[in-house]
Design a protein around this ligand. Structure first.
Ligand SMILES: Nc1nc2c(ncn2[C@@H]2O[C@H](COP(=O)(O)OP(=O)(O)OP(=O)(O)O)[C@@H](O)[C@H]2O)c(=O)[nH]1
Ligand SMILES: [Mg+2]
Length: 620
């Protein structure tokens, strides 16, 4: 019987550098196959030990632990625990860890060492660790782990001879391969604690910057402090949006008023003047006033993103998302949906599991996108008094924050229900690598803000301007007969359509103005604001009120329960043609976009109704 060459497996977390090490060791002598039954590639190759003996090296898929959450991880688990019917039990393992990310990678390494097979640890990427200001002592690591540790730089082929030397020694002492016993499971938290302690003990020197990063992570990722910090950051963001934006917003508003006044005094009264002042300027102006607020919102998002905090926030949310059967991968698309659901839905392509992905797409419109801001701000600014509630906390900001939370809670409930019904399936876990903390670069932030401003202004200049003009036409014609005393809006085509819609939305407390605004708002949510602006500009029968701000007119006409119901409607209603279109494209058909529109409208109707009746009942 010919003795087969010993089998050595390269194991470790994803991105530890296993494949780089495999390539460095085997060169061109590799074979690529497939593990049977799964689409996981099997890379193997021959290498020679120090004494010339050949061994077969196999590059296993990266895994985070011995609890598999994907077919890749299952292959790795089965091979190293001797459960694979296809692969022999490895005679030895080279456990590859990333030196710059040691505490995370040691967790899996500890599990692998506990299996009791001969192990050599490749402390890889020491070049990157040193660049980051971290020097580790391999000897201390070896003592703590109880196995040889070899520093390597796979991409520069450094440490390979040493690795071969240790492997030869490990294989020489190897007992004959035996099926590996299942270990009593050590809880993840204990493993994590041990990994962290060992990683800490191995540090020779660390720059203050790295120590800072570690300290920051200890706070930002703390199970109690972390979520509190996240909520506080979001809260400050909302308060800032309200307080900082008032001055520039007032200036923009004054600019449009001046323009309107100038046209009114220079152009002859008539069709064209009304189109420009009541239609275009009233409508588009009502939306552009929100540019400062949207830019402040994006300023916060960009800073949090480029500082490296966002992925930490995603990590915190991961646990929460797992409770509704979503993977942590869903967090980034959902987070982008706070700016706009369209890029958010496109970003779901990184989610491999189809059911996970579909659920994420279906709940993405519930994240408070920037198009809702003008609507929220207008209604809140007009109807909610800005009384201080706590030091630094005012009622308006609090209500805004509440709406955002309701959207998230709605998405949470929706995901919970969807995952148990239409998108039923097993959920897959996910872990993320933390990027470095860094100071955001001013240029990057400036460019980011500039491009958002352009997108917003372009929307205002195209979709919003067009729907506003169409609405103006529908609102202006036909004209009521002279001296009939009928309001021109009621007499117009739009007024008649509005009455039809009003029948449907009256039970949830909506008035005629809202009914009129809902139809054009299907194109884009913020059109609701310009639509209301246009309605009031045309309906302005007593000329004296012409210069009155939109918010003052709202205060006169809307009851508080109606305003609250309207806000609630906007949390849920799927009023955005672009989102529906991108959902159709990403799900290859009309089934899911129609489902999404249906369930969101139903939710909007029910939630707005409940809000209205509750508000009336408590006497608001
Ligand atoms: N600077 C540096 N880069 C490295 C080193 N080792 C690997 N890399 C790089 O790190 C990245 C990930 O390496 P891979 O070899 O693909 O990692 P892997 O462990 O095979 O990852 P999975 O197959 O996803 O589990 C690649 O871009 C490598 O070029 C190293 O020692 N130093
Ligand atoms: Mg690889």
């Amino acid at each position: 019987m010919t003795q087969a060459a010993p089998l050595v497996a390269l194991v470790g977390n994803p991105n530890a550098g296993k494949s780089a090490l495999f390539n460095a060791l085997t060169g061109a002598r590799q074979k690529v196959g497939n593990y049977p039954g799964v689409t996981v590639e099997r890379h193997s190759g021959r290498i020679a030990l120090e004494d010339g003996r050949p061994v077969e090296l196999v590059d296993l898929p990266g895994a985070y632990s011995l609890d598999p959450s994907s077919p890749d991880e299952r292959v790795t688990r089965d091979v190293v625990t001797g459960r694979s019917s296809f692969e022999r039990v490895p005679d030895a393992m080279v456990v590859v860890v990333d030196a710059a990310n040691l505490d995370n990678h040691l967790r899996f390494a500890l599990q692998l060492i506990a299996l009791g097979r001969p192990v050599v640890v490749a402390l890889n990427m020491v070049d990157l660790a040193e660049r980051d200001g971290l020097v580790l002592d391999p000897a201390v690591l070896a003592r703590e782990l109880g196995v040889p540790v070899v520093p390597t730089v796979a991409v520069r082929k450094r440490g390979l001879d040493d690795l071969r030397h240790q492997l030869t020694a490990a294989l020489g002492a190897a007992p004959p391969p035996a099926p590996v016993q299942d270990q009593p499971d050590e809880p993840l938290s204990t493993l994590q604690r041990r990994a962290r302690a060992i990683a800490k003990a191995a540090i020779v020197s660390e720059t203050p910057a790295r120590r800072w990063a570690h300290w920051l992570d200890a706070v930002a990722l703390h199970p109690v402090v972390g979520p509190l910090l996240l909520v506080s950051l979001l809260f400050v963001m909302f308060q800032a949006v309200f307080t900082w934006a008032t001055v520039p917003a007032d200036m923009i508003d004054a600019g449009f008023k001046a323009l309107e006044g100038w046209i009114a005094s220079h152009a002859p009264d008539g069709f064209l003047r009304s189109l420009v002042t009541d239609g275009l300027i009233a409508g588009v102006g009502a939306v552009i006033v929100f540019l400062p607020q949207i830019l402040i919102l994006f300023l916060f998002i960009l800073v949090l993103e480029s500082s490296g905090y966002m992925v930490r926030a995603a990590f915190l949310m991961d646990r929460l998302m797992a409770t509704v059967g979503l993977s942590g991968r869903a967090f980034i698309p959902l987070l982008s949906s706070f700016a706009c659901a369209v890029p958010g839905i496109m970003a779901t392509r990184t989610i491999e599991d189809e059911k996970d992905r579909l659920t994420t797409i279906l709940i993405a419109p519930l994240m408070t996108c920037s198009a809702r801001w003008p609507v929220y701000t207008l209604i809140i600014g007009a109807m909610i008094p800005n009384t201080p509630v706590l030091p630094f906390v005012r009622l308006q900001g609090l209500v805004m924050f509440g709406l955002l939370i309701i959207g998230i809670a709605g998405a949470y409930v929706a995901a919970l229900v969807l995952r148990r019904t239409v998108t039923k399936g097993a959920s897959s876990g996910f872990m993320m690598e933390m990027p470095k903390y860094q100071w955001p670069r001013i240029q990057d932030i400036a460019i980011g803000l500039w491009s958002r401003a352009l997108i917003f202004l372009k929307r205002a200049g195209t979709i919003i301007a067009a729907t506003t003009v169409v609405l103006w036409l529908l609102l202006s014609f036909p004209k009521p007969p002279e001296g009939s005393g009928i309001s021109p809006v009621d007499y117009s085509i739009a007024g008649r359509i509005g009455r039809g819609i009003e029948v449907v939305v009256k039970p949830i407390g909506f008035n005629r103005d809202i009914a009129l605004a809902l139809l054009p708002a299907m194109a884009a949510r913020e059109v609701a604001v310009s639509a209301i602006g246009t309605v009031y500009a045309i309906d302005n029968t007593d000329g004296a009120a012409g210069q009155e701000a939109l918010s003052d007119r709202l205060r006169g006409r809307w009851s508080l329960p109606t305003a609250l119901a309207f806000l609630m409607w906007f949390v849920f209603a799927p009023q955005c043609i672009s989102t529906i279109a991108v959902t159709r494209r990403e799900t290859n058909g009309w089934k899911w976009p129609l489902f999404m529109v249906g369930y969101l409208f139903a939710a909007a109707y029910i939630m707005a109704g409940i809000t209205y009746w509750l508000a009336v009942a408590v006497g608001l």
